[in-house]
Design a protein around this ligand. Sequence first.
Ligand SMILES: NC(=O)c1ccc[n+]([C@@H]2O[C@H](COP(=O)([O-])OP(=O)(O)OC[C@H]3O[C@@H](n4cnc5c(N)ncnc54)[C@H](OP(=O)(O)O)[C@@H]3O)[C@@H](O)[C@H]2O)c1
Length: 246
Amino acid sequence: MKLQDKVAIVTGSTSGMGRATAELFAKEGAKVVVTGRNEERAKAVVDAIKAEGGEAMYLIVDTSNVEGCKVLVDKTIEAYGTLDILVNNAGMLSMSPVAEVSLEEWDKVFKVNVTSALYLMQQAAPIMKAKGKGVIINTASVASFAAHHGFGAYVSSKHAIAGLTKSMAFELGPEIRVNAIAPGLIHTAMVDSIGGVGVLQFMIDQCPVKRAGKPEDIATVALFLATDDSAFIDGQVIKVDGGYEC
Ligand SMILES: NC(=O)c1ccc[n+]([C@@H]2O[C@H](COP(=O)([O-])OP(=O)(O)OC[C@H]3O[C@@H](n4cnc5c(N)ncnc54)[C@H](OP(=O)(O)O)[C@@H]3O)[C@@H](O)[C@H]2O)c1
C-alpha cells in the first residue's frame, strides 16, 4: 500500500474530488480526516471507508474560518498523533461579473478557495517540518490559467492559489513538497449546481479525450503527488484536464 500509516487531511471531502481522494488514500492505507460542513455526507464518506476496511474520522469545519482550520489540525493530531499529507480541496464557485460582484462575495470566495489553504498550511507546516517530511496538495483549476466570462472572483482566487502554491514550495522545502492540481471539467456536485456538464459541453468538445473528467481522475493524480513517486515534482500547478488547454 502506497500510504501505509500516513495521516491525511482532505478538505472538502464530503463530495466530489475530495471524497474520491479521501477514499483512494484510505484504500492505500492512510488514516484520513474527512472534512466539510455537511455532517450527513461526512459520516457517509467515513462509513464507506470503514466498510472497505479503511481508517477515517470526520470533523465538521467551515474552512473559511481561521479557528476552524486550527481545530481541524489540532484534533487530527489528538486522534492520529501526526500529519503527513494536507489536501486543500474545499472550494466554492462564484458567478457574478466582476463589475457587479459584492465585496462580501469576493471575500468569501477568497476565504474558502485561498485563505483556508494558507491557514491550514500555517498549522500543518511546523508539524511536517519537525518530522522532516510532508506533502501539501492544493486545488487550482483551468481557471488558474485563463479567464471565463462571469467567473471573475473564482478565476482570481484560482490564479491566487497557483501563486500561493509556488510560494509555499519555495518557503517550505526541502522537507515539504507543495504542488497543485488544476482540474478541467470534472463531473461533481459543483458542476451540477450550474446545470451539469451539458451546460459546459464546449469544454468537452475542446478536449482531445472528448469527455468530462471523473473525481477519480483527480484522486489518482493526488495519490501520485502524495507519494515519493513524485519526489522531484515541487511547486507545480499540474493540469488534469483531458487536454482542454493543450
Ligand atoms: N468540478 C470541476 O469541474 C472543477 C474544476 C476545477 C477546479 N475545481 C475545484 O475542485 C475543488 C473540489 O470541487 P468539486 O468539483 O469536487 O465540488 P463539490 O463536489 O461541490 O465539492 C466541494 C467540497 O468543498 C466543500 N466546501 C465548500 N465550501 C466549504 C467551506 N466553506 N468549508 C468547508 N468545506 C467547504 C464541500 O463540503 P460541504 O458542502 O460539506 O461543506 C464539498 O465537500 C474545488 O476547489 C473546486 O473549485 C472543480
